[in-house]
Design a protein around this ligand. Structure first.
Ligand code: ADP
Length: 408
């Protein structure tokens, strides 16, 4: 009873632990014949998707990410990026039924844990050909594919320049604390091995005194590279070529941890609110610094006083707890997670001799602060030898990898 699957629509969907990412290709080159064949239902769906930027109560289209007039396979179209919380999956299916999706039979490629978890409820309610794909395979394919088709505009890095004019007193400690855990090894070993190198080399150039200049980067032939996906949790992949990669590390302390802890500690309700709080906070009000313990630097191992010795380490003290604001707590949470991700990324890059570390995942969404911190730290601990790369479509690569199946 297999009907022939029509050419369109093309949907790729990534159902993650926190967010569902949906990529939709809107063809611009439909022939008269195809338009007739497409029929009213599909036309209505297409018009609904591209005519709106919000769907139901929680669905959103990232209009800024849309790629216009792009060639995919031998078709020309616009690529749309839509997301909603995974806990809304059942409402999403209801909405699809209301919009008469179930009257059509078409192909969908799905990835993420939810491709499995929601398979039965999806296929019971909608008449889809639901093909499940591995999430890391799709992630790599999405990264490679979008870098090919969106060559000039996908990949970027930050050129870091000290702000020479800014003589204001250093408020640098919160950033230096990031460096502490991600740099202490290289810091102590280089201080020990290269006699005459002064510690100040490692303590100057704080984030607040740097300019981050966004630069486009054409991502080609730069294997091997480390790919760090910061979603709800974190996966670290070593990519040797488009077809050859392995998962070399990971941590459960990721974007989900950031949001979860921020909700607990600050009473905030959304990711946007958590990021806003963190941007305005000071983590050194929360963390225990080397100088809190030593009264100054820990000179023997080249650890400056203003780096963090213990994340959240001051929060056992009543007065410090009273002084810490919601902003400070959110910032300390962000900093703690980045310290850990940064450390793991650095060790992987070193172990596998990679000069490029690419950071993706929805945790980077609206999160220039984290991107700057990662860029700065990567530059700092590699003494400029390694580069942190970022991609415009942050959290959407799994879904893009799924979409690519339509042209294979
Ligand atoms: P997953 O596939 O595990 O859902 P994502 O790459 O989509 O992972 O990243 C999820 C993380 O992105 C969240 O843990 C949170 O830190 C961040 N995030 C960004 N935007 C949102 C949002 N609108 N709602 C919830 N979390 C968000």
């Amino acid at each position: 009873s297999h009907l022939k699957i029509p050419d369109f629509p093309w949907f790729g969907i990534d159902i993650g632990g926190t967010l569902v990412k949906l990529v939709y290709f809107e063809p611009l080159d439909l022939t008269k014949e195809e338009e007739v064949k497409e029929g009213d239902v599909l036309r209505t769906i297409r018009n609904y998707l591209i005519g709106n930027t919000a769907y139901g109560d929680t669905g959103e289209r990232d209009v800024d990410l849309e790629i216009k007039s792009i060639q995919i396979g031998d078709r020309l179209g616009n690529l749309h990026f839509i997301r909603f919380p995974t806990n809304q999956m059942e409402n999403f299916i209801d909405l699809c039924v209301k919009r008469k999706f179930h009257e059509l039979c078409f192909q969908v490629y799905a990835t993420g844990g939810g491709a499995f978890k929601f398979e039965s409820i999806v296929t019971e309610n909608l008449n889809l050909n639901w093909s499940k794909c591995d999430e890391l395979d799709m992630l790599i394919q999405g990264v490679e594919f979008l870098n090919q088709i969106n060559k000039e505009n996908e990949c970027y890095y930050f050129k870091i320049e000290p702000k020479k004019t800014d003589k204001s007193p250093s408020n640098s400690v919160s950033f230096d604390s990031f460096l502490s855990s991600s740099c202490s090894d290289s810091l102590s070993s280089s201080v020990c091995s290269s006699s005459g190198s002064s510690n100040s080399e490692y303590t100057t150039c704080p984030l607040q005194k740097s300019n981050f200049i966004k630069q486009n980067h054409t991502f080609m032939n730069t294997y091997p590279y480390i790919l760090v996906n910061i979603g709800s949790g974190v996966s670290v992949l070593l990519v040797k070529s488009e077809k050859d990669y392995k998962r070399v590390s990971g941590t459960s302390i990721g974007g989900g941890t950031f949001l979860g802890l921020c909700c607990l500690l600050t009473g905030c309700k959304t990711y946007e609110e958590a990021i806003d709080l963190a941007t305005r906070g000071d983590s050194t009000k929360v963390d225990k610094l080397v100088r809190d313990i030593y009264g100054g630097d820990y000179s023997k191992f080249g650890l400056p006083g203003d780096i963090v010795a213990s994340s959240f380490g001051n929060m056992n003290i009543d007065e410090k707890r009273d002084e810490a604001t919601r902003e400070d707590l959110a910032r300390a949470t962000l900093q703690t997670i980045l310290n850990n991700v940064g450390l793991i990324a650095r060790d992987c890059a070193r172990n596998y001799n990679c000069e490029r570390v690419m950071f993706v995942g929805s945790f980077l969404r609206l999160n220039g602060l984290s991107k700057h911190l990662l860029a700065y730290a990567t530059d700092y601990w590699s003494k400029g030898c390694m580069k942190a790369l970022f991609l415009e479509h942050e959290g959407y690569f799994g879904a893009v990898g799924c979409l690519k199946n339509f042209i294979n």
